[in-house]
Design a protein around this ligand. Structure first.
Ligand SMILES: [Zn+2]
Length: 312
């Protein structure tokens, strides 16, 4: 059997080749020696970057329940010791106009932490807005400091729902894509914010010039949308201004700090194409190491980005 990592490497190579760029390597599966404790759900991951326990992320989001939000179990990830790490969604309506996503990749904790700390504000914003919150889609990877889930695949890979793959990449991908397409109603024109980071230190042979952030933006006239404009302005004014030019590890070229309408098989592409969401905004902060820049600065910036996303 071909290992998922080999397949991912082939896929990345194909993607890079079709983009006319050099072949890039798959992200490392080395988790930098992070141990997995017996009670992974409640333990602080041993990364040393200050990220809280999974239970802390969910606990802060659970505060929304007092404001009439619902918590729905999308699926769960099993650990070697038989522990089950839940992947919940929070929503305040059966159809939503705003979607917030965090924690797809395990080495990119700032988004999940910022979303959980934003829960008290979301309770207020939710009084007159319909919102879906997916705060931590890959708790297994978050606690072990690994990009992908237990099967070595992106937990929200959407190629099977975009007509590019026969089968889902992994069980989480099947459950998460079914949830957003079939279970919850995401209205056309809904705005999406997916908070990532780019751990460029994974690949010592790769070099991204500059310090700061960049964006993926997708959807109908997404770049001109007021929400996208506000998020761009917010990052420009942050400690992580947009890196205007360059090529990502995945062979995508930045134009004025943005990659427009990418075809990367992500849940963001799925939301733009299948749910007609716009703008779909994916934020990235370049990371030179686990604590470079420090996690609290990245979380603070993402809290500002959330304010910008919702607007005055
Ligand atoms: Zn990511």
């Amino acid at each position: 059997m071909i290992s998922p990592l080999v397949l991912e490497e082939a896929r990345l190579a194909h993607r890079a080749a079709t983009a006319g760029e050099e072949v890039v390597k798959a992200p490392s599966a080395d988790n930098h020696g992070v141990a997995h404790p017996s009670d992974e759900y409640h333990a602080v991951p041993g990364v040393g970057d200050g990220r809280p326990a999974i239970a802390d992320i969910h606990g802060r989001c659970d505060a929304l329940l007092a404001s009439g939000w619902r918590r729905v179990a999308i699926t769960a990830q099993a650990t070697e010791s038989g522990e089950s790490l839940p992947i919940p969604a929070y929503l305040n309506s059966t159809s939503v106009d705003r979607v917030l996503i965090g924690g797809i990749h395990g080495r990119e904790p700032a988004g999940a932490i910022a979303l959980s700390r934003y829960a008290t504000r979301l309770a207020e914003l939710g009084r007159d807005r319909s919102i879906l919150l997916l705060p931590l889609l890959n708790p297994w990877g978050y606690s072990r400091h690994l990009r992908y889930g237990p099967s070595g695949q992106s937990v929200s890979d959407s190629d099977h729902r975009l007509g590019r793959a026969e089968a889902p990449a992994c069980p989480e991908a099947a459950a998460i894509t079914a949830f957003v397409l079939d279970t919850v109603g995401i209205n056309p024109g809904a705005a999406v914010l997916d908070l990532h980071e780019d751990p460029v230190y994974e690949d010592p042979s790769y070099h991204l010039e500059g310090h700061g952030s960049y964006l993926y933006v997708s959807g109908d006239r997404a770049l001109e949308h007021p929400v996208a404009r506000r998020v761009r302005r917010c990052l420009e004014a942050s400690p992580f201004p947009l890196i205007k030019e360059g090529v990502t590890r995945f062979g995508e070229r930045l134009v004025d700090g943005v990659i427009l309408d990418t075809e990367d098989g992500s849940i963001d592409e799925l939301l733009a194409r299948k749910c007609r969401c716009s703008p779909v905004i994916t934020t990235e902060i370049a990371l030179r190491g686990e604590t470079t820049p420090p996690l609290p600065e990245r979380v603070a910036t993402y809290l500002d980005v959330l304010d910008a996303f919702f607007g005055p």
